[in-house]
Design a protein around this ligand. Structure first.
Ligand code: ADE
Length: 241
């Protein structure tokens, strides 16, 4: 079983419409849709925005649905000039940038015992790249795909100084509000995960309106890629070893 999580209803709407739903269950005021998408058993969740929602949803998925892997899908703000709206970011690492024990001499984002950077599953990162290539390789004006660090915090970033800090402090390429919470929960439970995000904005003054304008198209982009990953998983597993 593959878990698919998105934060906002718009980010999971196309999954819901495209999968054969065999049942829905509610836990913690969250609705989990069980079914089949592209021939794979999946459980889909719209977790709600932010790290706490994402962590709760992820833990429930792991406990109640016996997921073998989790894909987190949605939108992100770009932190680098070479990524713009419609481009795609795949996590190799995720960090909770707003976790702060610097008063005790730790680095920003560093948790006692578990460290700072949580590594996404390299096999899922490869599958995501294959899934992307299968869709866009021969398309004119294809978006870019970049594998890099994604930082998460309970804040919608729309501030130039914050962008610079996130980029320099963490070497991050994109920011959002859930990925590192999913990653951390998966890490504690030994469940492979990857975060895949389409860029909706540049985390600057225009970010809120860019985000709203991008929501539909960027969600569709992420949906197409996740669907393609599921297809790739069924026939290219040996390639990713
Ligand atoms: N998700 C998409 N854009 C974002 C931003 N600028 N900050 C936080 N989360 C986002």
């Amino acid at each position: 079983m593959t878990g698919i999580i998105g934060a906002m209803p718009e980010e999971v709407a196309m999954f819901k419409d495209s999968m054969e739903i065999s049942g829905t269950v509610e836990y913690a005021r969250m609705t989990f849709y069980r079914g089949v998408l592209k021939g794979q058993d999946v459980v889909l969740l719209h977790s709600g925005v932010g790290k706490v929602n994402a962590a709760i949803g992820t833990q429930i998925m792991i406990d109640r649905f016996d997921v073998q892997q989790i894909l987190f899908t949605g939108l992100a703000g770009s932190l680098v000039p070479y990524l713009s709206r419609g481009d795609v970011v795949v996590s190799n690492y995720v960090v909770q940038y707003d976790f702060d024990l610097t008063a005790f001499g730790r680095r920003h984002g560093e948790l006692p015992n578990t460290g700072r950077m949580i590594e996404a599953d390299p096999r899922l990162v490869k599958f995501t790249c294959f899934g992307f290539d299968d869709i866009f390789k021969y398309e004119k004006d294809s978006p870019k795909l970049v594998v890099g660090t994604i930082v998460s915090g309970d804040r919608f970033v729309s501030d130039k100084r914050k962008i610079e800090w996130l980029q320099r402090e963490f070497g991050a390429v994109a920011t959002e509000m859930e990925g590192a919470a999913v990653g951390y929960t998966c890490f504690l439970n030994d469940v492979p995960f990857v975060v895949l995000r389409t860029i909706s904005d540049s985390a600057d003054d225009e970010a809120a309106s860019d985000f709203e304008q991008s929501l539909h198209n960027a969600s569709e982009n992420s949906f197409r890629i996740v669907s393609s990953i599921l297809e790739v998983m069924s026939y290219r597993s040996e390639v990713a070893e």
